[in-house]
Design a protein around this ligand. Structure first.
Ligand SMILES: NC(=O)c1ccc[n+]([C@@H]2O[C@H](COP(=O)([O-])OP(=O)(O)OC[C@H]3O[C@@H](n4cnc5c(N)ncnc54)[C@H](OP(=O)(O)O)[C@@H]3O)[C@@H](O)[C@H]2O)c1
Length: 180
């Protein structure tokens, strides 16, 4: 299984405020579409609500995490736990499986990801949702800092980080290395 993640994070690793993205860069949306292609996206229920019209993303297989046994949305499959989501993608998608947020889902799946596509936005808007600080996690390293770009005076770049060989393929037991 090739599992990767895609995130846009500000300079403090903030990713959202009041349920939505705190800074939107149009080129980042195009980058997101190019990276996720026709693959599988895994998102939390709150992030799904923030998609246009609260609808699953077109042209991709959508898996939504919710603990609500009655949760269902047309055009998406529901997983009620990390284990259930992993089972749904266990056969592997040749186009890739992408963790697309929000905070709780990034934290739960980070140990399963080999690579992180991080749009780093050099600004510090107010945030109440955060991505783990990758530079503080020893197994993650910046392999491509991306070139400097600018949108309306805000600097950003498309970074690639990689997990240095210790990602999980399946859930560990209570004593396993599930954290990060
Ligand atoms: N900058 C970016 O790239 C980016 C990308 C995505 C999202 N975001 C931001 O992130 C914020 C949302 O993050 P969030 O953490 O509040 O919400 P979230 O992760 O999108 O969704 C949380 C919900 O997902 C379900 N869930 C999470 N973990 C689960 C598990 N292990 N098993 C079953 N269900 C699970 C639960 O749904 P139920 O309540 O239905 O049980 C939970 O309430 C927003 O501000 C959003 O804009 C930013």
């Amino acid at each position: 299984m090739r599992m990767e993640l895609v995130v846009a994070a500000d300079e403090n690793w903030g990713i959202g405020f009041h349920g939505t993205q705190n800074l939107v860069i149009p080129e980042d949306r195009r980058h997101f579409r190019a990276v996720t292609g026709h693959g599988t996206v895994i998102v939390g229920r709150r992030t799904l609500l923030d998609f246009p019209g609260g609808r699953p993303l077109p042209k991709r297989r959508n898996i939504v995490l919710s603990r609500d046994p009655d949760f269902a949305v047309e055009g998406a499959e529901t997983a009620h736990s990390v284990e259930e989501a992993l089972a749904l993608v266990a056969d592997g998608d040749p186009e890739g499986v992408f963790i697309c947020g929000g905070e709780s889902v990034y934290r739960a799946f980070l140990p399963y990801c080999r690579r992180a596509y991080v749009t780093r936005i050099f600004a510090s808007p107010e945030a109440d949702a955060f991505f783990p600080k990758l530079e503080e996690l020893p197994q993650w390293r910046l392999v491509d800092p991306g070139e400097d770009r600018e949108h309306q005076g805000v600097r950003y770049c498309f970074q690639i980080w990689e997990n240095n060989g210790h990602w999980l393929e399946r859930p560990q037991g209570p004593s396993g290395a599930g954290g990060f």
